[in-house]
Design a protein around this ligand. Structure first.
Ligand code: SF4
Length: 359
């Protein structure tokens, strides 16, 4: 059982972060934010994929101004990602639900004060986003791109905002590798009470990032650390949410959609199980209701796994069994198994939804 570190609760729009709130997932658009049509399309894709929050970068005034229209056309809470130019934060604050800055790279304290005032007036949270690759000079010179340098930068920036009377804060401490990321978050956790946004930055392709993020975020989450998270992937937006949710599902933190148990295959297999699992995964990805299913290549482990599954397939030679809650309900030819399995899954989902509605 994971014992979560209890942090201060803040809000980004209607999404609670920290305290006893559930761990939210987020991603970031890659369109030019000023391209309203493309940005809205990407935000809506993330919404459909199950993201809770979206971040958009705001490098120019045109991008900040576009947020007004984007906000009208989308439903997810939006965080404006700002570097260097405080004016962009001031414009964005009119329209968005949160701001990500590094106060240290905004410069003059008067400018940071103006951002803080704008956020205070609108009850907007600020994420202090520390990245190992862009530490302030004083920390980079003294500590290099180390966890110590990241933590010192975070503490400096936190104090910066606290001195201005601002505590509506969340913090991220991202490096591009697992060890520095984990050490930085673990070192800072006992020193502050603010919620943490977890992530490994520039984590690479889908394959690399899935591994790096699972190890880093997984190990932090197992220690109860983390309130919201982003899995950074060089690839399509939806994958970031898919992997983030799979990490949370694997840790038992959330139950959502199909939990598919499938065997790795071996020489006993006499069916095309790999394709069957891919078809099942693709055709059930819209399902949000939690359901345990298993798809196994032969009777060696299939019956045991099927006992714990709501719906299961046990393949044999040219045919197989459909098993529901441990009971065999059909024996069919290999070609018919997946369709029958999917229709039984739909039936189970409808049954669960009906019970939920009536309770
Ligand atoms: S379930 Fe059967 S086919 Fe699949 S890996 Fe185990 S022994 Fe092999």
């Amino acid at each position: 059982m994971i014992k979560r570190v209890k942090t201060k609760k803040i809000f980004v729009g209607n999404v609670a972060i920290g305290g006893d709130s559930r761990i939210s997932t987020q991603s970031m658009t890659y369109s030019k934010t000023r391209d309203v049509k493309a940005t809205v399309e990407q935000i809506n894709r993330l919404h459909f994929a199950g993201a809770d929050i979206v971040r958009v970068s705001v490098p120019e005034v045109e991008d900040a101004n576009a947020l007004k229209e984007i906000k009208k056309l989308t439903k997810l809470p939006i965080i404006a990602d700002i570097h260097f130019n405080y004016k962009l934060a001031l414009i964005s604050a009119e329209f968005v639900d949160g701001i990500r800055i590094n106060p240290g790279n905004i410069g003059d304290k008067k400018r940071v004060t103006q951002i803080v005032k704008a956020c205070q007036e609108r009850n907007l949270a600020i994420r202090i986003g520390v990245n190992s690759g862009s530490l302030e000079k004083q920390f980079d010179n003294k500590y290099g791109q180390t966890p110590k340098g990241m933590v010192e930068s975070a503490l400096y920036n936190i104090k910066y905002l606290e001195d201005l009377g601002f505590e509506n804060i969340k913090i991220s401490l991202k490096a591009s590798d697992v060890l520095r990321t984990v050490e930085a978050y673990k070192s800072l956790r006992p020193l502050v009470n603010y919620p943490f946004h977890l992530g490994v930055t520039e984590a690479g392709t889908l394959f690399q990032s899935s591994i790096r993020s699972s190890i880093a975020l997984g190990s932090l989450l197992l220690d109860g650390i983390g309130d919201t998270m982003r899995v950074s992937i060089t690839g399509e937006l939806e994958k970031e949410i898919e992997v983030a949710k799979e990490i949370l599902k694997s840790l038992g933190i959330i139950k959502e959609g199909l939990n598919i148990i499938s065997c790795p295959t071996c020489s006993r297999l006499e069916a095309n199980l790999v394709d069957a699992v891919e078809i099942i995964k693709e055709k059930t990805k819209h399902i949000k209701t939690p359901l345990d299913v298993s798809v196994m290549g032969c009777v060696v482990n299939a019956i045991g796994e099927a006992k714990n599954a709501d719906v299961a397939i046990a393949y044999g030679k040219g045919s197989g069994l459909i098993i529901k809650k441990g009971k065999v309900i059909a024996k069919l030819g290999e070609r018919e198994l997946v369709d029958k399995f999917l229709s039984e899954v739909e039936k189970e989902i409808k049954k669960i939804e009906k019970i939920e509605k009536s309770s």
